[in-house]
Design a protein around this ligand. Structure first.
Ligand code: FEO
Length: 374
């Protein structure tokens, strides 16, 4: 993924955030090139997580006369990380403060918990650049590009952008809504969104703002079914495939399937955010939920997945427990999950006697989709 740092060449020179330690050498080379002999006057720190703050100490060593600009919480964290900030000039800013670097005047807008408590965004009213910290970031390497309109974002980046947002700040949807509200007040002035990860936005800003709004409201992006299955010998998987086939045969072809044992949980979370419906198919394991499925459920709770319609398929050779346990988890641990009553319950494998149960679950999924449409 990319770690972005931005340099403003005004009457003063200003660096907005640094990068992970692993990218420090490249940052220093880039600074040397762009500064072209000028010194570095200011370092604005919007986010203190080490993937951005990891090179602060090196910047302080190279430019000991630099002035640091950030907020109280960020300076507290810098001291916790044992950065020598108090050997340098520091300016502590508050929400709404402004600062002028020559022709460019910036405003500091706090964005707590997007993703850490100290996070702030910096808005340059002179050119409309919003330095948005982790907000509007994405996973993925830039491969020489800088702007989102230089890539096919919808085709090549959207999945990683969703995976980034949902796994990094999925838990903090209401905090994202707050910063979207603040941005809404100056929307006509924002010309560039400059995140700390991924491409810079200078066109179609509303496309990406709209995606962030959907994700942070925990609203599904698409009507469709994510089937996540945990299978030990292929029988639960086979039943999940049979369900997918029946859904598609009935016209609901927006169906995706994931083996929870071989899929990174970050992808499972991202897909859970994307689709309106989820089917969880799990074998029973030592009278419990299969561990990889249980891990997915725990991560859903941690990242606040909510407001989805859920179907359950369970399997077991002597004591089938996984369905009840998944249902209990959905009801007790997650918010706003609607669990369909029509469960498919198998003993060891799917037999012809279960066709009616499969069809009933398909009916229930399609009916609930129709209700949501109404
Ligand atoms: Fe990209 Fe929260 O750091």
């Amino acid at each position: 993924m990319s770690y972005n740092s931005y340099l403003l060449l005004d009457e003063k020179t200003v660096l907005f955030d640094t990068v992970d330690w692993s990218g420090c050498r490249q940052l220093l080379e880039n600074l040397d090139h762009v500064l072209a002999g000028r010194s570095l006057d200011y370092l604005v720190i919007n986010h203190l997580e080490p993937d951005h703050a990891g090179s602060i100490e090196e910047i302080l060593l190279r430019w000991p006369d630099i002035t640091l600009i950030s907020n109280e919480k960020a300076f507290m964290l810098m001291r916790q990380f044992h950065f020598d900030v108090d050997d340098h000039e520091i300016i502590e800013v508050a929400e709404g403060d402004t600062f002028c670097f020559g022709t460019h005047t910036v405003t500091f807008v706090f964005a707590p918990m997007v993703h850490w408590p100290e996070v702030m965004c910096t808005f340059d009213a002179t050119n409309g650049a919003l330095f948005s910290a982790d907000a509007f970031g994405t996973f993925g390497a830039l491969d020489g590009k800088i702007f989102a309109d230089e890539v096919n974002f919808d085709r090549d980046w959207l999945d990683d952008a969703r995976r980034y947002l949902t796994n990094i700040v999925g838990k903090y949807g209401p905090h994202i809504q707050l910063i979207l509200k603040k941005a809404g007040g100056i929307l006509d002035q924002i010309k560039f969104i400059c995140p700390l990860h991924g491409p810079v936005w200078r066109k179609d800003l509303m496309y990406f703002i709209g995606k962030y709004d959907t994700w942070s409201r925990y609203a599904p992006e698409e009507k469709g079914v994510m089937i996540a299955y945990a299978s030990m010998y292929g029988n639960t998987e086979s039943a999940a495939q049979a369900l997918a086939t029946r859904l598609c045969a009935r016209g609901m072809t927006n169906v995706v399937m994931y083996d929870v044992s071989s899929t990174n949980v970050s992808t499972l979370i991202s897909e859970a955010f994307k689709y309106s419906h989820m089917v969880l198919a799990s074998v029973t394991y030592n009278l419990g939920i299969y561990p990889a499925m249980h891990n997915f459920l725990i991560d859903m709770k941690a990242l606040n997945v909510q407001n989805r319609t859920v179907g359950i398929m369970e399997n077991g050779s002597w004591a089938v427990k996984s369905g009840d346990l998944i249902q209990k988890f959905m009801n007790d641990e997650l918010k706003g999950m609607t669990v369909l009553n029509e469960r498919v319950s198998m003993a060891s494998s799917l037999g012809p006697d279960k066709e009616a149960e499969l069809d009933t679950l398909v009916d229930a999924i399609l009916e609930s989709m129709d209700k949501e449409k109404a």
